[in-house]
Ligand binder design. Structure first.
Ligand code: ZN
Ligand code: ZN
Length: 364
């Protein structure tokens, strides 16, 4: 066991507490990664507010990048000193979902309560989302990390491991957007901007961003949206249909947690179109839709977790697009904070104006 600093949640809704915790050495197939950056995702906030339950005390944080500093037995393809992104996608590689190419919905449970973290007093400490990255170091399975170029900024790289793959993957892997198709992206926040980038990369003809904020619609245009529609309009789908020549969209990507967006999503669809549900409303929230319309128009509703990403396949090409100037990452960062400032960074994210706030570790 070694002692590291982490931001610990002791009570849902209360500020995180920066304190010493214990981290076990990497076990079979596991690696230790010393973190340079971890971004704050809305999922971290939902967990910390108790929206989805979970064990306490817990360490959240799952959008991270750093350097491999420890190797358990049986680790292949990684060495100390490798720069990597760390994801929450812990997959066994052999269950039906993993074997079928969907590691994000791996069926093998992982006991986060009895993972590598303990409190300073030796009590159980939940490694939330199989990551626990609001901390100086993590110990994770080797399947959760992907190598990145050494010279790539870790703050930009950290974003890839959740918000970027979730948005791009929703367009490319879940909606399977083809060149020439039309897309609507509801919500132009961290994930929405990446869904817009994904639609652009997939060759979408028109990409309509829908958001409550005029400022966010402007940002959406910078990331590749061709049209912006204010969600505050009484019937925003009318403006969307007008932008799309009256036809509706082949894919509607819902990236927010607000239920009205889910209720409205089918209204934006063309015949044969698909609504991809990406945002994570609180447990128990329900949406309404008319089954007969979906049946009659051959439309689909599908959920997409983490962009249906296969990280070993998708992260290397996403990194290449970034290095080629075809994908924006640095522009997604709206603030850099220290671990000690994490509660301020979370408050800034909750206020709604931020793109992505990133905690950076000074390892001097
Ligand atoms: Zn996330
Ligand atoms: Zn599995």
């Amino acid at each position: 066991m070694q002692t590291i600093k982490a931001a610990v949640c002791h009570e849902f809704g209360a500020p995180l507490v920066i304190e010493d915790v214990q981290l076990a050495p990497p076990g079979i197939g596991e690696v230790e990664v010393t973190l340079d950056a971890v971004a704050i995702c809305h999922s971290d906030i939902s967990f910390a507010e108790g929206a989805w339950g979970g064990h306490l005390p817990a360490v959240y944080g799952h959008e991270a990048a750093g350097v491999v500093t420890g190797l358990g037995t049986g680790v292949k393809g990684f060495a100390r000193g490798d720069s990597v992104v760390v994801t929450l996608i812990r997959s066994c590689g052999t269950c039906s979902s993993c074997a079928g190419g969907k590691p994000v919905i791996c069926e093998t449970p992982y006991d986060t309560v009895n993972g590598p973290l303990k409190t300073a007093g030796g009590q159980p400490l939940d490694q939330a989302m199989a990551c626990g990255a609001f901390a100086e170091k993590v110990v994770v399975d080797q399947r959760q990390i992907v190598k990145i170029p050494k010279d790539m900024g870790k703050d930009a790289a950290a974003l890839i491991s959740c918000g970027v793959i979730t948005g791009i993957g929703a367009a490319v892997n879940a909606a399977c957007l083809r060149p020439g198709q039309d897309a609507v992206v509801i919500g132009a926040g961290g994930v929405g901007l990446n869904a817009i980038q994904g639609a652009r990369i997939a060759g979408a003809r028109r990409i309509v961003a829908v958001d409550m904020s005029p400022g966010k619609l402007e940002t959406a245009m910078e990331f590749g949206a061709t049209h912006g529609v204010l969600a505050a309009e009484e019937k925003p789908w009318k403006a969307v249909h007008a932008a799309l020549g009256g036809r509706g969209a082949d894919a509607v990507l819902v990236t927010v947690g607000a239920i009205p967006a889910y209720n409205q999503a089918p209204r934006y669809l063309a015949r044969g179109g698909k609504a991809v549900l990406i945002g994570m409303p609180h447990s128990g929230a329900k949406a309404d839709y008319e089954p007969v319309v979906l049946a009659a128009l051959g439309q689909g509703l599908i959920g997409s977790k983490m962009g249906d990403t296969v990280i070993q396949r998708d992260i290397p090409w996403i990194v290449d697009l970034y290095e080629q100037g075809r994908l924006m990452l640095d522009e997604l960062i709206s603030g850099r904070w220290s671990l000690e400032q994490i509660n301020e960074a979370i408050a800034d994210t909750k206020a709604g104006g931020a793109r992505r706030n990133v905690v950076v570790f000074n390892r001097g």
